[in-house]
Write a protein that binds this ligand. Sequence first.
Ligand SMILES: Cc1ncc(COP(=O)(O)O)c(C=O)c1O
Length: 359
Amino acid sequence: MSRPAKVVINLPALRHNFSRIRTLAPNSRVMAIVKADAYGHGLVRIAQCLEHADAFGVACLEEARELRQAEIQQRIILLEGPYSGDELSEISQLGIDMVVHDLSQVEMLDQNQLIKPVCIWLKLDTGMHRLGFSPDLASDVLARLEQFPCVKEIRLMTHLASANNREDPMTSEQINCFSQFNKNMSLEKTIANSAAILAFPDAHVDWVRPGIMLYGVSPFANSNGPQEGLKPVMTLKSRLITVKALKTGEPVGYGATWRCPEDMSVGVVAAGYGDGYPRHAESGTPVLVNGKRVELIGRASMDMLTVDLRSQPQAKTGDPVVLWGEGLPVEEIAKHAGTIPYEMLCAVHKRLEFEYGEA
Ligand SMILES: Cc1ncc(COP(=O)(O)O)c(C=O)c1O
């Protein structure tokens, strides 16, 4: 690929993060969450590297099919279940597990004869009020599902709304609500996302479901991945494609939103919102040029952004740039752009070259 902007995926960092999860939750199996193209990292490559994961969580049948076509053998769970009854025969043929969170999905199972019975993860709404049955309804749904010949196993799950805020009492309330529901049941259970794996050991139970921490990113607003013992997996890199000497008062970029406070050099980096760099990143957002911090100035455009090179007057065309990742936490860039790292990782554009490295 001719453009210097590229994504480098550090596979040893991914393995490190996976083993950190095993250490934190030694008695739980791990459902690695790889939906949304493994949070932008590349679904199949990430799943292949996570050979010790016990299962993979995806958002739709297309993602599950892609994993099976790549001969991924582990359990695969459709986290939102089927969107229509037409999906059931393929789900059953491919041996995919499905979440059931809505009565329409119970009806689908009731009305379809399946070649092979499927494994169900019954979702309880313990307070987030996104997906799942209220505990009152869930007992009846469970009893009904147990009667279906096409259901071979049932597990229980819930999702936490605020585990990324360690102080929020809501998490304990949700955990209590879930345990109350299943206290006399021997079914396997899962509650914990990344934040709960790190902060709420009570939520670990039989299975944990890490997403963002697998990729080396903290789920908390006040820390970054390395501070949580994680290593960033994705680094967005590029190069300076020109360096300009500008005079005091001269504007930089679209809208002329930034003006040089003095005579200075300005670098143009080949990366922009067309690559997934957030357009809302403000002037002052850190960028690494030659491994040292400089600041973004002016507006990021589709293919380029501009940086203040006053601290590096010797910087020249071709010098290496890191937009986030190794040495520059994505969490920090997200704050400057008024977003969250999840959104930034998922938004990385497929026009970029992806390099999967073992070093
Ligand atoms: C049902 C479910 N479980 C687990 C996760 C993983 O969450 P995180 O990336 O915060 O670990 C997600 C992600 O949104 C999810 O939807």
